[in-house]
Write a protein that binds this ligand. Structure first.
Ligand code: FAD
Ligand code: UDP
Length: 375
């Protein structure tokens, strides 16, 4: 006699419909024999990557700031390309300092523009080496990292003011790791990123999330906050992608975050001729201006919409964006992480739940791994 035991349908709760939550939901649902409920407190899916067409201009707007997909992880690129057509896009950022426009990240053009020279790659390397600080062996902070690699002049012009505005702190109080994200090049390559795969989804980011979450095994509830009153007893497991400190009612104190906010403008034609222009002077209150139609050069629009981006300390009502990760934050984080270890039915992942400065590709890679290792 053959006995067939029917496996009970598992139920999972996913808190947050950003990339961390959407990947987990999509991967779990693809296994079958489970139901996944995704909740998000916002009125839409996509988390910080949400994009939508601006009603007045028809331009695709990245609601929470510009997002350029870039990765060197083949698996992540293959995964994301199942849900969208990625259009080639190279982010060529300009930066304005004391009324002049320069190329960013620092490359041979920036060096030659700034010093009024016409150096070759080898000459520029030698020149920068001659002015950089050789006493700094192991940079202990952002400022030392910058001065070691590009010398004090370029640091003061392009990083000091911008970083102070972005983080609200003196660069010497910030970890060196923040600057390590940006390359310094001794050729004319002005691509902001170094990764082999770069692009922007043809139909915007929200369409990716719609496809990922379009499964009979997934239910999505927006405008739904997960908090102490949320009944989790019927779920086999909870995947939490919200802020870790909020989950524990801030019992060890809040973790430091910067938030950004935008001032929206509309105009005819082309406002700045480029997707992103940074403003390096500390006297200019915003950090950068993004003009959204330039993120979709395959589209044509008569009108334009652009945003000035400002940065400030996160207060209770703000969206937490950038984990600051100062020593005091990391000590608090350790305490929260100890609490997480005691929770058997919860997995914490994503930018907010791990309190890590992660780009989309790393968030996706982490979420794929979480589900692969989940029994
Ligand atoms: P999120 O996208 O923040 O999603 C978390 C979701 O959880 C949110 O929708 C939130 O509403 C929800 N939530 C939180 N708490 C609760 C709760 N209690 N109940 C219900 N819902 C809850 N990365 C790149 O790769 N390229 C870029 O060009 C790039 N540009 C960026 C520009 C800016 C201005 C910022 C801030 C980030 C940028 N990033 C970029 C990083 C990218 O936004 C993140 O890697 C990605 O959004 C992280 O996804 P996530 O799911 O972890 O978090
Ligand atoms: N940065 C700067 N000047 C610039 C661009 C970047 O000082 O013109 C510094 C700033 O501190 C920023 C960090 O370099 O936080 C990393 O830059 P990136 O563009 O990667 O930041 P993000 O895209 O996350 O805002």
């Amino acid at each position: 006699m053959i006995i067939i035991t029917e496996q009970r349908m598992k139920k999972y709760l996913v808190v947050g419909a950003g990339f961390a939550g959407a990947v987990v939901a999509e991967r779990l649902a693809a296994r079958g024999n489970c139901k996944v409920l995704v909740v998000d407190e916002r009125p839409h899916i996509g988390g910080n990557c949400h994009s939508e067409r601006d009603a007045a201009t028809g331009v695709m707007v990245h609601t929470y700031g510009p997002h350029i997909f870039n990765t060197d992880i083949q698996k992540v690129w293959d995964y994301i390309c199942q849900f969208c057509e990625m259009m080639p896009f190279t982010n060529r950022v300009k930066t304005i300092y004391e009324g002049k426009v320069y190329s960013m990240p620092i490359n041979l053009h920036t060096i030659n523009q700034f010093y009024g020279k016409a150096l070759s790659p080898a000459e520029a390397r030698e020149f920068i080496e001659s002015i950089s600080d050789k006493d700094i062996i192991e940079p202990r902070n952002f400022e030392e990292q910058a001065i070691k690699f590009i010398g004090p002049d370029l640091y003061k012009a392009f990083f000091y003011g911008y970083t102070k505005k972005q983080w609200g702190l003196e660069p010497r109080e910030l970890p060196a790791s923040i600057l390590k994200r940006l390359p310094v090049r001794f050729n004319y390559n002005d691509n902001y990123y170094m990764h082999p795969y770069q692009g922007i989804p043809k139909e915007g980011y929200t369409a990716i999330f719609e496809k990922m979450l379009d499964s009979p095994n997934i239910e999505v509830k927006v405008d739904t906050k997960f908090d102490d009153h949320f009944d989790t007893t019927s779920f086999d497991h909870v995947f939490y992608t919200g802020p870790i400190d909020e989950f524990f009612g801030y019992k060890y104190g809040p973790l430091g975050y910067r938030t950004v906010y935008f001032e929206r403008y509309e105009a005819d034609g082309d406002f700045q001729g480029n997707a992103v222009i940074n403003y390096a002077d500390v006297t200019v209150p915003y950090t950068r201006i993004h003009e959204h139609k330039h993120f979709a050069p395959w589209e044509e629009h008569e009108k334009t919409v652009y945003m000035k981006e400002f940065s400030k300390e996160t207060t209770e009502d703000d969206v937490p964006y950038y984990p600051i990760r100062l020593d005091k934050d990391m000590k608090r984080l350790e305490k929260y992480q100890k609490e997480v270890k005691r929770l058997n039915y919860f997995t914490f992942l994503g930018r907010l739940a791990t309190y890590k400065y992660m780009d989309m590709d790393h968030v996706i890679a982490e979420a794929l791994e979480v589900v692969e290792n989940f029994e």
